[in-house]
Structure formats: structure tokens, C-alpha cells
Design a protein around this ligand. Structure first.
Ligand SMILES: Cc1cc2nc3c(=O)[nH]c(=O)nc-3n(C[C@H](O)[C@H](O)[C@H](O)COP(=O)(O)OP(=O)(O)OC[C@H]3O[C@@H](n4cnc5c(N)ncnc54)[C@H](O)[C@@H]3O)c2cc1C
Length: 472
């Protein structure tokens, strides 16, 4: 522990009380490794403030004593953004005690949640007033509003509602000098120059600590239906999406699943079964919803899929007969990564290209990767309608146990080069954190890197906010 850290811990304990300081390494241990278990850090203490004012106190002390802080929510991020450096030079700043929903209003269509509120808790609070917070993802039981905002998370309903950036109406945060930015006023219009709120969304804790967020709510779901569709190619899948979108505004989930992924789920995940009787090279999970409980959304989707079948866009389709079957369809989609892990070593890439380009990109990139690295299986699944695919490369059946360490970097560079050449992004929704920083430095245009560094330097000249993350 450095002298500055010891001083900060002692002073924070004096001002905030013992509850806000954790120094027992057994309690800290689960929080210094990233969710995937790949990056291991170290921290001599975890600070756990319970209010905006307490966060401000800590940040002021950190600035004064030059002690770097690593903000952390649920630690479910995919790029080790919340993992402290391995040399113990930073302290963890856990936001999980700031877990109050300050307000939730159907009339204003708005909730104000503190940074440590777990996504599922917000879902329930919105539901209680007949509303809905429409962003959801697999980690909903542990990821927090602060983490979701800081990574500008996406999820499965982006098609209709956008990422966090579209759903955040304002941010309250502590800036690196300890001052409070209060963006929770609820103003619909505010053009006083640069938007600090927008800068903080997706900043991965490098520009300040988010303490609370105003969030947009939408009316609760009145009825929903989920269909499983078999088709011949990603091109056909995008054609289907456009066909549906031209005829209904109810489509909010549209997830592409290759046959290979379905096969792995059926092999490794208990209690799963193929939704369709025949085999199809590609499938799509379609979810349609309506806030109007009297609207026959299932009948509408059935009719539209029937028309798509007649026009040769799709090969087959089935509608979930009830909620249990709808959940069973989603389970197939949600357990693809788990099934891949059970099958063997897998490299994950969260990439995006322009929506219209994704079908051709996916097919051609898979072929190029498989030719360049014989034996691997390359494939993509996920949010086709957002141009965002989880492009995964699996080791071949006879790969060495250290395949990931030996070949991983070369394969990732190959994939990232293909994405960059296609004008795409090497991080569609997971952020940069530690894991993608070198690739961002290698591939981002000089102007983008210059702007990132200039913004970081202007707001955090002492470099105390989440050092070693995001900014190359
Ligand atoms: C099973 C699973 C499924 C997922 N699915 C998706 C998906 O579909 N789409 C998607 O976009 N992401 C997905 N994710 C990753 C997603 O980024 C995280 O779940 C979530 O956004 C991070 O929230 P968290 O509270 O765990 O943040 P953490 O992991 O704790 O932190 C993430 C980053 O935000 C910073 N941070 C955290 N809190 C604050 C704060 N209060 N102020 C400032 N900075 C802060 C951290 O320093 C770090 O850089 C998934 C993760 C898992 C485990």
C-alpha cells in the first residue's frame, strides 16, 4: 500500500465511517478479477460510498493525494474495464451501496436510479407503476445502472429502443476534481454547449464517477409473441427484418442464430430442443410486442411470416404457443456462449459493420478466418438488425490446450483488420476497457485517438480516474 493510499483510507474512514472502507482481502478478492476470469488485478482497499456527497469526498481526497480510483458496479463487463491494475496502484470504488431508486413516475415516463441499482431491480420498479425500462441483457441480475451507462450497453432490444445512450435522460456524476455535475434536471431541451452527460455515457469510468442516472421509461408490454424462423442465409434474414418492419412497428427482438450454434446448444444445454422439425442453415428469433393488450400481435406476426414464406424469404417458422415456449426459444439464444464454452476454447469478438453490409461480411469473414487458420470454426450470432454480431472463432477438435494463448492474438488481429477494412467497429457494445486498448491504438484513426486523449487530459489532468482503460 502506498503512503497516499494509507492516508486516503484513514481519512475516508474518519469522514465516512468504517462501512465505507473494506480492507479485508477475502472480501476484496472476488472483485479484482474480471467476469471472464482472464485479468487479475490487486487493490489494498475497496471504497464503498453510500451517497453522492460521500463519492465526492472520496474523489476530492483521491485528487489531493494522487490516488487512482477504479469505479466498479456489478463487475460483469466484458473487457476488464472494472478490474484494477495488477500492481496495486489503484483503489477499487464500489458503487453497489448507492442502490436507491430515487423516483419512478409513469406520468413523467422517467425513473431516477442511483448508480448501484441492479438492472433487474429497475425493471421491477418500472413494472410496479405500469411502465417498462426497455433495455435488457443476460447479466440483468447483477449489472448496475452506473456500469450500463458507463459502457453504453446495448442488449437484445436495441433495434427498437436503442442503447443506453438513447435511454439516458441525464447523468449525475462526480468529476475528477471532486465537483458534482448534476444533469438530472429532466430538461428536454438544453443546448448549453458540450453535453457532459453524453461524454460520461460510454466513458468507462475514465472521466468521472456516475452517481445517479435519469432513465426514460416506456409503457409496459401488453402482449408479446416470439417466433423461431428457419432460413437459408443472413441475407434472407435481413430481408425478413425489412419485410416485417415495413408492415409492423412491433418488432423489437431479431436475433440471428447459425445452425452450428443451435447444434452446440442442443448438445450441451440441458432441456433444450429444436424449435423446428427440419434443419436450416440459419435461424432467427423474432420477438414482437405491443403495449396494447387488445392488439393481436401473435396473429399479426403469424400472418406476416406466412406471407414471407409464400414469397420465399423464409423456409419455415413456428410461433411459441405460450410464455414457457417463448422463454425456451430465448434460452437457446441466451445460452450460445455457454454451449460454446462447453464445446472447447472460443475467441469472442463483439463487432459491428453497417447493417446492410453485415450479411455479406459475416459469410465472407467466416470463410477468410477458416482459410487463414485451418481447423478453426468461425461463426456469428446475435443482433443482426443492429449490424452487431458476436463473431466467435472456435478451436478445432484437435487444438492444443494452449490454443487460446498461442493463436488468440493473431486471430483477433485478423478479425479486427477485416472489420476495420469494412468500415466497422472492433467494439460494438462491450467497450474497450483493458482488453481492446491495444487494438484501438493500432486501428483507430489518429484523429479519434487525439480527441480521446485531449478529452481525458482536459477533464482528468491528474489521471486518477480508471487509469490504463479505454484511452490509448
Ligand atoms: C451474461 C452477460 C451478458 C451480457 N450481455 C450484454 C449485452 O447483450 N449487451 C451489452 O452491451 N453488454 C452485455 N454484457 C456486458 C455489459 O457491459 C455489462 O453487463 C454492464 O454494462 C456492466 O455493468 P456493471 O455494473 O457490471 O459494470 P462493471 O463491469 O462493474 O464496469 C464496467 C465499466 O464501467 C465502469 N463503471 C462502473 N460503474 C461506474 C460508475 N458508477 N461510474 C463510472 N464508471 C463506472 C467501470 O470502471 C468499467 O469500466 C453482458 C455481460 C454478461 C456477464
Amino acid at each position: 500500500m502506498t503512503h497516499g493510499q494509507a492516508q486516503l483510507i484513514a481519512e475516508a474512514e474518519r469522514r465516512l465511517g468504517p462501512k465505507a472502507i473494506i480492507t479485508d482481502q477475502q472480501d476484496i478478492e472476488p472483485w479484482v478479477t474480471d467476469w471472464r476470469g482472464r485479468v487479475h488485478g490487486a487493490a489494498s482497499a475497496m471504497l464503498a460510498p453510500a451517497s453522492t456527497e460521500e463519492v465526492a469526498e472520496i474523489v476530492r481526497l483521491a485528487a489531493e493525494l494522487r490516488v487512482p480510483l477504479v469505479p466498479q458496479g456489478g463487475n460483469t463487463g466484458m473487457v476488464a474495464g472494472a478490474t484494477p491494475p495488477g500492481d496495486g496502484s489503484a483503489l477499487l470504488l464500489s458503487m453497489r451501496r448507492m442502490n436507491r431508486i430515487r423516483s419512478v413516475s409513469a406520468e413523467d415516463r422517467r425513473a431516477v436510479a442511483e448508480a448501484g441499482v441492479v438492472l433487474e431491480t429497475l425493471h421491477e420498479a418500472a413494472d410496479d407503476v405500469g411502465m417498462r425500462f426497455p433495455l435488457t441483457l443476460g447479466a440483468r441480475g447483477s449489472c448496475t445502472i452506473g456500469g450500463l451507462t458507463s459502457t453504453n450497453a446495448g442488449g437484445t432490444q436495441v433495434l427498437k429502443f436503442g442503447t443506453m445512450r438513447s435511454l439516458v435522460a441525464g447523468v449525475e456524476a462526480i468529476l475528477p476534481d471532486g465537483s458534482i455535475h448534476d444533469g438530472l434536471s429532466g430538461l428536454k431541451k438544453d443546448n448549453r454547449g458540450y453535453s457532459l452527460d453524453q461524454l460520461l455515457i460510454g466513458a468507462e469510468g475514465t472521466l468521472g464517477v456516475i452517481t445517479a442516472v435519469a432513465l426514460r421509461l416506456v409503457p409496459a408490454i401488453g402482449a408479446r409473441t416470439v417466433a423461431w424462423v428457419g432460413l437459408e442465409s443472413p441475407t434472407r434474414a435481413l430481408e425478413l427484418l425489412r419485410f416485417l418492419e415495413a408492415r409492423t412497428d412491433g418488432i423489437e427482438g431479431f436475433e440471428l442464430v447459425p445452425q452450428d450454434s443451435l447444434r452446440l446448444v442442443l448438445k450441451h444445454v440441458p432441456n433444450t430442443r429444436p424449435p423446428l422439425s427440419g434443419e436450416h442453415d440459419w435461424q432467427v428469433l423474432v420477438e414482437a410486442t405491443t403495449p396494447d393488450a387488445d392488439h393481436d400481435v401473435a396473429g399479426e406476426l403469424e400472418r406476416l411470416l406466412g406471407a414471407a414464406l409464400q414469397q420465399g424469404i423464409i423456409e419455415d417458422a413456428v410461433l411459441a404457443a405460450n410464455e414457457a415456449q417463448a422463454e425456451a426459444f430465448w434460452k437457446i439464444r441466451d445460452t450460445i456462449s455457454e454451449a460454446e464454452r462447453a464445446e472447447g476454447q472460443t475467441l469472442a469478438h463483439d463487432i459491428s459493420v453497417a447493417v446492410a453490409d453485415m450479411p455479406a461480411f459475416l459469410v465472407s469473414a467466416s470463410g477468410k478466418v477458416e482459410r487463414a487458420f485451418p481447423g478453426v470454426v468461425a461463426s456469428g450470432f446475435g443482433h443482426l438488425g443492429d449490424g452487431n454480431i458476436h463473431f466467435h472463432v472456435r478451436a478445432g477438435a484437435h487444438a492444443a490446450p494452449d490454443w487460446y494463448e498461442r493463436e488468440g492474438e493473431a486471430i483477433t488481429r485478423f478479425v479486427d483488420d477485416l472489420v476495420t477494412a469494412a468500415g466497422g467497429s472492433i467494439s460494438a457494445e462491450h467497450g474497450i476497457g483493458q482488453l481492446k486498448r491495444a487494438e484501438l491504438a493500432r486501428l483507430a484513426p489518429p484523429g479519434r485517438i487525439h480527441a480521446l486523449r485531449a478529452i481525458k487530459q482536459a477533464l482528468d489532468p491528474l489521471g486518477i480516474m480508471n487509469p490504463g482503460k479505454l484511452v490509448p
